[in-house]
Design a protein around this ligand. Structure first.
Ligand SMILES: *[C@@H]1O[C@H](CO)[C@@H](O)[C@H](O)[C@H]1NC(C)=O
Ligand SMILES: *[C@@H]1O[C@H](CO)[C@@H](O)[C@H](O)[C@H]1NC(C)=O
Ligand SMILES: *[C@@H]1O[C@H](CO)[C@@H](O)[C@H](O)[C@H]1NC(C)=O
Ligand SMILES: *[C@@H]1O[C@H](CO)[C@@H](O)[C@H](O)[C@H]1NC(C)=O
Ligand SMILES: [Zn+2]
Length: 956
């Protein structure tokens, strides 16, 4: 494994030639192979373990480098692919293909290095020259499986400035591995159906056809697909003449669908799909918008919501970017098996079903929010990412952070009544603070050479890139003002369209906008942003309102930890501080050094200071005790239910900052707990959610200790539950978007803290459903909570009923709710059985395996079972579920987040050491972060258990 795999003369590979009218032809490959090269290759140590650092001195041979040499530059590809949706006689699903690539030689060389992974050549590749001189003869071809290259050694050199065409024919497996060209399966009207689809990002286009698979190697793609006449073929471009032509190939009648050449684009944005899906469409101006899904889903109207929001969001981005949508069509398709949430392939966006399909009756508002934000995210990429592409994966944060920020702007356009923009604070800022406060975090931007191997590239797709990226860009847009920000953005896009950039190119254009508008900044855009981009973490800003002193310090969750890397900026930032004195907004204050003095922030006793208004800044805030006390008073003594003195986002911030400052030992834990007292009169979602998120941590740490009992008693959250009982008596769903979330929280917390009324209500609903499975009486928005509570309260009968409903559900979001709820069971044997199901793709789809295990682990009964399970099956999980898959870091974080004892720490370290030879793939960093988090938890529990117990016995 991991060694170079050579095509030898003696190996005849059975392949099927794809070609108009061609019948099955078997071609014995005659690829010469060089003894010397093979020796060389054997010296490369196997490194199938993703974590293993290069242990031998890396060879300098180009095929042992992870990056392509700059000698060749692709211009156009002509790719024809034929996926077989039925297995061959040996049970294998395959696809065949032929591809030619025209490239220019930039520097003379006798080596063509092109990516190719898991493809078997079925014909001797051929090289032709466009110039007057004939192309050099091919001397040998060596496949390098580790670095995923096909190396074509030539007898003579290619000449700089000349163009050549390389032609290949190949066969690959259409596996169910969710990467490259793969298959997805589902049942419809009792018939098993197969879809051929793709996921190229980041490094799997090379698994579909040989290509120069780096984002800066942009080219034009001519795509043709062969498929069964009863199916439809889709790709990035529109179908062009000769449209759909029936031909005979390999003895079968197939349709050949030809697509218009793409724009100049990166390989990772390609998509090819063959299915018998249905679709709905709408034309806006000249733009064709279509939503594809399983026929049943389309017929049930599940694509309507996506179709309705796409037009307005596209129009919004056209205005925002001041660039028309670059393509003639926009297809979006929901796939039964899909690893990520969605993928922004240019003109053909792929989604998980739950991220695109919505059913008015069955789906919740939460499902709807997920759909509209993901659609906005992917549409945002059609310009930012697709039209203008970052040169290399080290800058992924800019691509993903940007889309993760503007997805809220796009969603807000489609759902203006939701205040969805506020939610970025909970969903991204607060969430990523928790990870970025670890000493084992990492800076947003990497050096190009730090990100080389596919699993390193996969690892960059993490919360830091997405959520911290979004948070700092939001901060930037805020202090520049949206007008200046969009102006810089617009010239950036216009200047770099169809090409590649590095992140400083954006800074440059923002600076031009700043200069052009005369905006005043204390430093240049680049100087300010370098501090947020090039060093990990973020500051806690402490404002002393007695002295007027303002200081900043690197915020670390474990105060005794030392950052894993040093920073050229000494962990100091240029911090834009928005603030109010009482309720009066003050001019933006820039903290440009470690400690500063502001006489404005020195206040009298009847005043108070609040900083980081709307949490537009990526930092936490601490105050002197007196100001904290005054803020608590303002919160508690508000005469209205709505605490109007302090904006709702900042009410959430005060709670989240206080709890985290307490975790880091900066303030007392009891002060943090006191920030929750005002919730007695709080009816807004965000402060409640912030409190519940933080109290969840208390549950994680203490639900196996004596603290649990008193905590349960004190958290009965009678207030919210009564509020909703009064408001609607649970018959209705509140109108407001976040009020619905509040209702869910009320029910969830009331039930989980043992509120009897709540339990009766929930088990009643569930029994009613069990009595008549065809009529589900439970409100869509409450289902997740009701299912979970009812299964927790029930036994085998409830569980089995849920399983049956899971298998019969016709919309993926309903399946997801049941799947998560089945993890709430409290009988260990049910959970153990469920864990086994997660590794059986007939029961739980591969795409859902890790999230199911994580759900089980978040249940106090399930946690030790899930941990044992992951440890026992690590090798299998790692191999089956792909060394490069995105979800390993989630899996590791998920099963270990409760760890807070020495014993658990030892187990975790043991697990890491025992599995070094297998590796952790994209979860490598997550292991280190888990160890650090466990250490911090151990210390925190030791230090705080007593005080927390006392407080919950007598809250004050
Ligand atoms: C692409 O290849 C096919 C088959 O080899 C050929 O028929 C077609 O003309 C080619 N298209 C272009 C644009 O070169
Ligand atoms: C490619 O060749 C390898 C080695 O001979 C074989 O195991 C594999 O099944 C082949 N793949 C396909 C899709 O034919
Ligand atoms: C699909 O249906 C077949 C036959 O009806 C059944 O054997 C199989 O388990 C089903 N597969 C899934 C994934 O539901
Ligand atoms: C191709 O063949 C199918 C099945 O025989 C037929 O339904 C379809 O109309 C044909 N399409 C074209 C373009 O000839
Ligand atoms: Zn994205």
């Amino acid at each position: 494994m991991g060694k170079g795999f050579h095509i030898s003369k003696t190996v005849g590979i059975v392949g099927i030639v794809l070609g108009a009218g061609a019948l099955a032809t078997i071609i014995a490959l005659s690829v010469v192979y060089s003894q010397e090269k093979s020796k060389n290759e054997n010296e490369v140590k196997p490194t199938d373990a993703a974590t293993s650092a290069p242990t031998t001195a890396p060879s300098n041979e180009p095929w042992d480098q992870w990056r392509l040499p700059q000698t060749l530059s692709p211009q156009t590809y002509n790719v024809t692919l034929w996926p077989r949706l039925k297995p061959d006689p040996t049970g294998l699903y395959i696809f065949t293909g032929m591809s030619s690539v025209v490239f220019r030689c930039l520097e003379k060389t006798n080596l063509i290095l092109i990516h190719s992974n898991k493809l078997n050549m079925t014909k001797q590749p051929t090289l032709t020259a466009f110039g007057s001189k004939p192309a050099p003869t091919i001397e040998s071809i060596v496949m390098h499986t580790k670095t995923q290259y096909m190396a074509i050694h030539l007898k003579d050199e290619l000449a700089a400035g000349e163009s050549y065409e390389l032609y290949t024919e190949f066969v690959g497996e259409l596996a169910d591995d969710l990467g490259g060209f793969y298959r997805s399966e589902y049942n419809e009207t009792g018939v098993k159906k197969v879809v051929a689809t793709t996921q190229m990002q980041p490094t799997d286009a090379r698994k579909a056809f040989p290509c120069f698979d780096e984002p800066a190697m942009k080219a034009v793609f001519y795509i043709t697909l062969y498929h069964d006449p009863a199916t439809v073929a889709l790709s990035n471009g529109v179908v062009i003449e000769p449209y759909f032509v029936n031909i005979t190939a390999d003895g079968t009648l197939v349709t050949r669908t030809t697509f218009a050449p793409t724009e100049v684009m990166s390989t990772y944005l390609l998509a090819f799909i063959v299915s018998d899906f249905g679709f709905i469409e709408q034309n806006i101006d000249k733009l064709q918008i279509r939503i594809f899904a399983r026929q049943e889903a389309i017929n049930a109207g599940q694509g309507e919501y996506a179709l309705n929001v796409t037009g307005p969001i596209l129009k919004f981005f056209e205005k925002y970017y001041n660039v028309p949508y670059p393509l003639p069509k926009s297809d979006q398709i929901a796939l039964p098996d899909f690893n990520a949430g969605a993928m922004e392939n240019w003109g053909l966006i792929t989604y998980r079903e739950t991220a695109l399909l919505y059913d008015e009756e069955i789906s919740s508002n939460g499902n709807k929010e997920r759909i509209v934000t993901i659609i906005a995210h992917e549409l945002a990429h059609q310009w930012f990412g697709n039209l203008v592409t970052l040169r290399w994966w080290n800058d992924l944060w800019l691509n993903e952070g940007f889309a993760s920020y503007v997805e809220y702007l796009g969603a807000d356009e489609a759902e203006p009544d939701w205040n969805v923009k506020d939610l970025i604070v909970l969903n991204d800022v607060h969430r990523v603070f928790a990870i970025d406060a670890l000493a084992s975090s990492h800076p947003l931007s990497f050096k190009e050479e730090e990100i080389q191997r596919p699993e390193q590239i996969n690892e960059v797709f993490d919360t830091i890139s997405y959520s911290k990226g979004a948070s700092v860009l939001r901060m930037l847009s805020d202090f520049l003002t949206e007008t200046v920000f969009t102006q810089g953005l617009q010239t950036y896009l216009d200047n770099f369209k169809f090409s590649n950039t590095v992140y400083t190119d954006l800074w440059h254009h923002l600076q031009l906008a700043v200069n052009g508008t005369g905006t005043s900044l204390p430093k240049s855009v680049q100087e300010i942003m370098d501090r947020w981009i090039l060093q990990m973490g973020f500051p806690v800003v402490t404002i002393n309102t007695t002295t007027g002193q303002i200081t900043q310090e690197h915020f670390l969750l474990d105060p005794e930890s030392k950052p894993d890397r040093s920073s050229e900026f000494n962990y100091e930032w240029f911090v834009p501080i928005s603030w109010t004195k009482k309720e009066v907004a003050q001019p933006l204050y820039w903290l440009l050094k470690k400690t500063d003095q502001s006489n404005d922030m020195k206040i009298s006793v009847d005043e108070w200071v609040l900083a980081n208004i709307y949490v537009t800044g990526y930092y936490r805030v601490n105050y002197d005790n007196d100001n904290w006390q005054r803020l608590l008073n303002v919160l508690q003594n508000s005469t209205t239910h709505n605490n109007q003195h302090i904006p709702v986002i900042n009410r959430a911030q005060l709670i989240d900052d206080a709890f985290n400052l307490a975790k880091a030992g900066i303030i007392e834990t009891t002060l943090a707990l006191r920030t929750t007292l005002f919730l007695n009169s709080e009816t807004e979602y965000m402060p409640w959610e912030a409190a519940l998120d933080n109290l969840d941590y208390f549950y994680l740490m203490f639900d196996r200790t004596e603290v649990y009992g008193p905590m349960q008693v004190s958290l009965k959250v009678k207030y919210l539950f009564d509020y909703f009982t009064r408001l609607t008596n649970w018959e209705d769903v509140p109108k407001g978007h976040t009020d619905q979330y509040n209702q869910i929280n009320a029910l969830r917390v009331a039930c989980s803290t043992g509120n009897e009324e709540c339990k009766t209500l929930i088990t009643g609903w569930f029994k009613q459903w069990m009595a008549n499975p065809n009529v589900n009486p439970i409100k869509a928005s409450l289902r997740s909570t009701v299912y979970c509570s009812a299964i927790a309260a029930g036994g085998e009968e409830e569980w089995n009923f849920a399983w049956e409903m899971f298998e019969n559900a016709t919309i993926a979001s309903e399946k997801d709710k049941l799947r998560a709820a089945m993890a709430c069971a409290t009988e260990p044997w049910l959970l153990n059985r469920y864990l086994k199901y997660t590794l059986d793709p007939e029961k739980i789809r591969k795409q859902d395996a890790t999230s199911t295990i994580i759900s089980i682990a978040s249940n106090v009964v399930g946690q030790p079972l899930a941990w044992d399970f992951v440890r026992a099956n690590w090798e299998y999980i790692f191999k089956q579920y792909g060394g490069g898959s995105f979800s390993f870091s989630n899996l590791i974080n998920g099963v270990t987040k409760r760890f807070s004892t020495q014993f658990e720490l030892q187990q975790l370290i043991q697990f890491r050491d025992d599995n070094t030879h297998i590796g952790f793939g994209s979860g490598t960093l997550a292991i280190e972060q888990s160890i650090e988090r466990t250490n911090a938890n151990i210390k925190w529990v030791e230090k705080n258990q007593e005080a927390v117990l006392e407080w919950f016995k007598k809250p004050s």
